[in-house]
Design a protein around this ligand. Structure first.
Ligand code: URP
Ligand code: ZN
Ligand code: ZN
Ligand code: ZN
Length: 464
């Protein structure tokens, strides 16, 4: 097998520009990018990319593979999850370490997750630490997680079983800032949700569609505003809002940024492409996730955030449960349904189609949202997130002319549905390379379990 690959005359896109160029790959790294490369070894594998977009492989910084949520274990593990990611043009994931037993420490969590991923991942990966509770041990572990283990982001939940109170949040924010880590947050007001859930269930409103009514957008926006203020009180601790689903929350983010506060926001394809009309469908259980899908006008506000730069990343929050089995737990009681939906394979094609091909965003903005800013914020740059000389040869080739109707049959995950069934994609990823190896080609997975490597990430560095 040749270790030198030449990708010829594609439209090479980075976060700043798009231009016709050749890319030479040697030993898994980018050796050269130039308008024309004519000097290369005789046994070089030449790929004709004329008419194709050649972009940095996607980085999905929000997945939950092999996660045990108490009532169920997600249907995708690190093999099927990363296989699907690769086939969708994604070459790195930053997954969330699941909740260990109560009292579990961070280093233990990391060892468990490294074991889950090592023999299974087909593309490179890292993990976010997850703060389940705050005590002296956890606080003191944070420094070595960043410096020795390369884990430079940590997730806090304000709802679910491991929600943190305000004091714990403050202590986490202060310490994480000190050790050069980024705090990420699932912001929803737990008390408001609990009250509404009880009220709905008491009224006999138990059908799946009431999930959305149990957590309206104000529950999320309130928690976003609270987190922004707590981060300010923690001495301008850097803060990353995950899975932003609505315009009011986005306005709080904009306000903070106007005040030069270090705050970033992520949204997900489901909030850009779907809305709460899905809860009127017979298969509404497929769409139970938190935050829930919102009214249609919120979608437009999020697109505006992608266009004007106030949203920084698009990630999936892939957390899959089978519809015919696991999701059915919620059929008579929405609150018993495991939360989450699949999407790791759909992010790149859907955003390319609805963003780039529909001319809402430029190809460079697409790269910025799916790869460059994820790499910058999470300490992967410049190893990942760009096509410069010396970077890992993680690439995706898109054919802008291919029209594909999304169906679950085409996908490579281990669940039994896609929330995007029947939606048309204009443009399609036809080849994915992970460190110079072709891991997906024309809809076929060509990679191998265990070829993905754990990435030691750099400490968080404030940059805008
Ligand atoms: O409903 C969701 N999103 N489940 C996955 C966990 C989370 O909240 O991100
Ligand atoms: Zn433990
Ligand atoms: Zn969440
Ligand atoms: Zn999540």
């Amino acid at each position: 097998v040749s270790t030198t690959i030449l990708i010829r005359q594609g439209l090479v896109v980075d976060h700043q520009q798009a231009q016709q160029a050749d890319i030479l790959i040697k030993d898994g790294k980018i050796a050269d990018v130039a308008p024309v490369i004519s000097a290369f070894p005789a046994d070089t594998q030449v790929i004709d990319a004329s008419g194709l977009y050649v972009m940095p492989g996607g980085i999905d910084v929000h997945t939950h593979f092999n996660i045990d949520v108490g009532i169920a274990r997600s249907s995708d593990d690190f093999y099927t999850g990363t296989r699907a990611a690769a086939c969708g043009g994604t070459t790195s994931v930053v997954d969330h370490m699941g909740f260990g037993p109560k009292g579990c420490n961070l280093h233990h969590q990391l060892a468990v997750y490294k074991k889950y991923a090592k023999e299974n991942a087909v593309i490179d990966y890292s993990f976010h630490g997850v703060i389940q509770h705050i005590n002296e041990e956890i606080l003191s572990e944070m420094a070595s997680m960043v410096e020795e283990e390369g884990i430079s982001s940590f997730k806090l939940y304000l709802t679910y079983g491991y929600k943190l109170d305000d004091e714990s949040v403050l202590r986490a924010l202060i310490q994480l800032k000190k050790v050069n880590a980024l705090t990420t947050v699932h912001p929803e007001n737990d008390a408001a949700i609990a009250m509404r859930r009880e009220m709905l269930l008491e009224q006999g409103k138990t059908a799946p569609k009431y999930h959305a009514e149990s957590r309206p957008l104000e529950c999320e926006a309130e928690a976003i505003a609270r987190m922004i203020n707590l981060a300010k009180l923690a001495g301008d601790a850097p803060l990353y809002i995950v899975h932003l689903s609505n315009g009011l929350g986005l306005d709080y983010v904009r306000l903070a940024r106007r005040n030069n506060q270090p705050v970033w926001a992520e949204t997900c394809p489901q909030y850009l492409l779907l809305d709460d009309s899905c809860y009127e469908r017979d298969d509404a259980l497929k769409f139970i996730l938190s935050p829930p899908l919102r009214p249609q006008e919120e979608r437009d506000k999020l697109w505006q955030g992608l266009i004007d730069g106030s949203i920084d990343t698009v990630a999936t929050d892939h957390c899959s449960f089978t519809y015919y089995d696991q999701k059915q737990r919620g059929k008579d009681n929405f609150s018993a349904c495991p939360n989450g939906m699949p999407g790791v394979e759909n992010r790149m094609p859907m955003l390319f189609s609805e963003g780039v091909m529909s001319k809402r965003i430029s190809p460079s903005r697409f790269v910025e949202l799916t790869s460059y800013l994820p790499a910058k914020l999470f300490g992967l740059y410049p190893q990942k997130g760009c096509l410069a000389k010396g970077a890992d040869a993680d690439l995706v080739l898109f054919d802008p002319e291919q029209q594909v109707t999304t169906t679950h049959d085409l996908l490579h995950d281990n669940t039994d549905y896609t929330p995007y069934e029947g939606m048309n994609c204009h443009g399609w990823p036809i080849m994915t390379l992970s460190r110079g190896r072709v891991v997906a080609c024309n809809g076929e997975f060509t990679g191998r379990a265990g070829n993905g490597r754990f990435i030691r990430r750099k400490p968080f560095e404030h940059q805008k």
